[in-house]
Write a protein that binds this ligand. Structure first.
Ligand code: NAD
Ligand code: ZN
Length: 249
């Protein structure tokens, strides 16, 4: 961990009028939910582009639920890690306006973040494809998959955005409003290759915002969009930045 960059990030947060966080699967890796692109975990068994595809869900729900079932049990037992908790603390201290997340695990909310925008929906609830019935994920019966609506017996789908589905209108509108009005973005644990999500930090940069990237490796944003990259794990870097913010504020 580069201490000069930790100090720089803390100063930039204190000098910024409005800071937002834009997070990806990497921030939840230390909670035991594997990201898409790093090695290991369930994504070696299930290619997300094949399984997390809305057409596959409609034509072969039994197959897609093999993947959803594993993702579900991981998410329902996962706990927020120091990176999630740190962002919640930064919000409480008044230094973070919102968290825009590509994650579907609900861990930001569990950590105590209040203003969370779920760009790709959530795995914690399911909706009927035909009627308005919704189900809390905790009531899902794992031995009876794919789950069906108790009212009309149509298929239930987790409220996540599958490949091939549009972004929820409100999440998209609010996210771009945040990205156009902020003066700094913490980009944490995302490979920044899934669009339109990845255009959030790019839009902010075009309006003059400072882009602070935190990741275990460089991404397509690193050269050209990010002002600097703090290399390492989010669970160590975020708490270190917060310590520094508290020390110098
Ligand atoms: P990604 O898997 O494409 O990229 C994750 C990035 O995080 C990589 O660059 C990796 O190097 C980095 N990373 C891994 N561990 C890290 C750590 N401890 N600290 C800092 N950085 C770390 O993820 P993405 O960009 O979010 O895109 C994948 C899509 O898949 C998202 O849209 C999301 O909806 C979905 N997804 C969600 C979850 C979840 O909800 N937890 C998990 C897997 C995938
Ligand atoms: Zn129904």
């Amino acid at each position: 961990m580069d201490h000069k960059l930790i100090q720089r990030a803390a100063k930039d947060i204190l000098n910024s009028k409005k800071t937002i966080a834009f997070t990806g699967a990497g921030i939840s890796a230390e909670s035991g939910i594997p990201d898409f692109r790093s090695a290991g975990g369930l994504w070696e068994k299930f290619d997300p582009e094949e399984y997390a595809d809305i057409h596959a869900f409609h034509t072969n729900p039994e197959k897609v639920w093999l993947m959803l079932k594993e993702m579900f049990s991981l998410i329902m037992t996962a706990k927020p890690n120091p990176a999630h908790l740190g962002l919640a603390e930064l919000e409480r201290m008044g230094y973070l306006s919102s968290v825009i997340t590509q994650n579907v695990d609900g861990l930001h909310q569990l950590a105590g973040s209040r203003n969370v925008i779920e760009f790709h929906g959530t795995h914690r609830t399911l909706s009927c494809l035909k009627c308005s019935f919704t189900l809390d994920g905790t009531s899902l019966k794992m031995e009876d998959l794919p789950p069906r609506c108790s009212r009309c017996s149509s298929l239930l789908k987790p409220d996540v955005v599958f490949f091939g589905e549009p972004i929820p209108w409100e999440a998209q509108t609010v996210s771009f409003k945040e990205s156009k009005s902020c003066s700094a973005v913490l980009v944490i644990g995302t490979s920044a290759v899934v669009y339109p999500a990845a255009s959030i930090p790019i839009t902010a940069k075009e309006r003059g915002a400072m882009i602070i990237e935190i990741n275990r490796e460089p991404t397509p944003l690193t050269d050209g969009i990010s002002d600097y990259l703090i290399l390492g794990s989010a669970g160590e870097i975020i708490p270190a930045i917060i310590e520094e913010v508290k020390r110098i504020r």
